[in-house]
Write a new protein. Sequence first.
Length: 400
Amino acid sequence: MIPQSFIQDLLGRIDIVDVVGKHVRLKKSGANYLGLCPFHGEKSPSFTVSAAKQFYHCFGCGAHGSAIGFVMAQAGLGYVDAIHELARAAGLTVPDDARGQPAQRRDPDLLETLAAAARYYKLRLKDSPQAIAYLKGRGVTGETAAQFAIGFAPDGARNLEAAVPDYAAPALLEAGLVAESEPEPGAGEGGRRRRYDRFRHRIMFPIRNPRGQVIGFGGRLLEGGDTDPRGAARAKYVNSPETPLFHKGRELYGQFEAREAIRAAGCVIVVEGYMDVVMLAQHGVRNVVAALGTATTEDHVHKLLRLADRVVFAFDGDAAGRRAAWRALEACLKRATDTKRIDFLFLPPEHDPDSFVRERGAAGFEAALSGAQPLSAVFLDGLAERAGLVGPAAAACASP
């Protein structure tokens, strides 16, 4: 069997609009694409393809499915052969089937284990006055916390024992929920390793894939948990490590929650932090996602341009925000096309999107959004700055 993690990766890299468009003449119709169904004779188009949901459906004959299903039906291939066909087109190599069998069995366990952890963290939030006070202090309502399934990981080494049947199960380590110490001194590589929870004393933000399944977490340390029991400093923010299901350089926080708003607006706003996403959504700006504490990658950009025709990167107006914007711009250059619009919004230096929307509301943020700069202008300004040009000289570089 082909590993489920590979299939999810494949579906994340291809665009069903491109796959179907090779065989069906598609025309944009609202948020979807419309064409004549290839599976039955018709004169009026009833065949729709959703770029947001990565799904096709014919209202005439009822045919529907993913890109894999389309290739199976259109080319008459079996499931495995269809995956191989799509993988070749995407430049990927399908893992050896025989070797993939254990991964096929493990992947569903990883999803189930992560879902169990998410439920546990959500329940523990109710038991922590400190965590609740922190969220209230940041302006987060109970409704918003529930929408994003925000939770809390208590302090302590092995709290997840209460959430799973077997704390020693390999799935917990593979899912990134626990870590293991080095072997005891003198025990060698095969020595006993002590297992402990990766997330402790943290507000927990579940990271969900486009299907709504939890694939990882982001954890924000609360005051009083600045050191671990051995006295070592803890990072303020910690993400899940790389796993078969979670790749930080490809995932976007809030994509599942924002899917309908992105489709309706035809625009996706990209911010830097979890709380930026949460608070913008609470104030009515719902078409927002965040990179997971890392610089924007080409994989991020590819995914963003599949979601909407316009992408706006919203950064703090300080020097750090400018540097982050330039890194995002560099990731965009290979993906930019005439049919897609990429803009950059720089907020006042004293603000991030969270504080800005709390002070000025959705209307103020939308007004700022209307003044976002196009990629070309930011690119030229950046080049001019690096060349030592300022003011009129920089403006001259941007003149036609």
